[in-house]
Design a protein around this ligand. Structure first.
Ligand SMILES: Cc1ncc(COP(=O)(O)O)c(C=O)c1O
Length: 209
């Protein structure tokens, strides 16, 4: 009897994660003529640690080393970050705000992708939809498909520095809209929204949160 694995790839998840910048850059690099003698600069390299001018600050490196050497943090951490880390982050972020954040407003994750996983899992109530920018960081789409959360795409206007098309947002949203994703600085478009534009977006983001 032939023994087969009883699982197979999910077509919808594969399609949702298929088109991303890394895949396109990889395809481009594979097609470069390595014998042309021309040097190539990879403009798709998004990780700053490859460049010596983006060295992590010595204070951050030192704090990490002493935390490890203290042997106080080698066990299971508290979910959402240690109380001291959450207090420090809340205090730091409050510097530019007209109100004060509390440690309970802070939830520490292992990178942005884990934050996306947690948020989209929590938001994926039956029948709910989420508004994503077009173009968007692809993991949002993949994770939404995984949780069966309906995705609706609002346009970014290239001619206006990839601003959010707010009329489009209004046309797409309904009573089942649970969130609107705003990525700033934008990935993959690389734009940084102006303060004035973000001020216009915020009321929508609050409405659909
Ligand atoms: C908008 C956006 N979301 C999520 C991520 C993934 O972040 P991380 O590598 O911290 O999980 C990135 C990384 O570039 C990003 O730009």
């Amino acid at each position: 009897m032939e023994v087969k694995w009883r699982f197979q790839p999910s077509c919808s998840l594969a399609a949702a994660g298929d088109l991303n910048v890394r895949a396109v850059v990889k395809r481009l690099i594979e097609n470069v003529d390595k014998n042309s003698g021309k040097p190539m600069i990879n403009l798709g390299h998004g990780d700053p640690s490859g460049f010596s001018c983006f060295r992590t600050a010595e204070t951050a490196e030192g704090a990490l080393v002493s935390a490890v050497r203290s042997a106080k943090y080698n066990g299971y951490p508290v979910r959402g970050g240690t109380p001291s880390a959450r207090s420090a982050i809340a205090e730091y972020l409050s510097k530019d705000l007209p109100y004060k954040l509390s440690p309970d407003d802070v939830y520490v994750t292992s990178g942005c992708n884990q934050a996306i996983e947690i948020l989209l899992s929590v938001l994926a109530l039956p029948g709910a939809n989420i508004l994503l920018p077009r173009a968007c960081f692809p993991f949002y789409e993949t994770r939404a498909a995984f949780s069966k959360l309906e995705v609706r795409h609002f346009n970014l206007v290239a001619e206006r520095g990839w601003e959010v098309d707010l009329d489009n947002v209004e046309a797409l949203a309904d009573e089942n809209t649970v969130a609107m994703v705003v990525i700033n600085p934008g990935n993959p478009c690389g734009n940084v929204s102006t303060y004035q534009h973000l001020n216009k977006v915020v009321p929508y983001a609050i409405l659909y949160h």
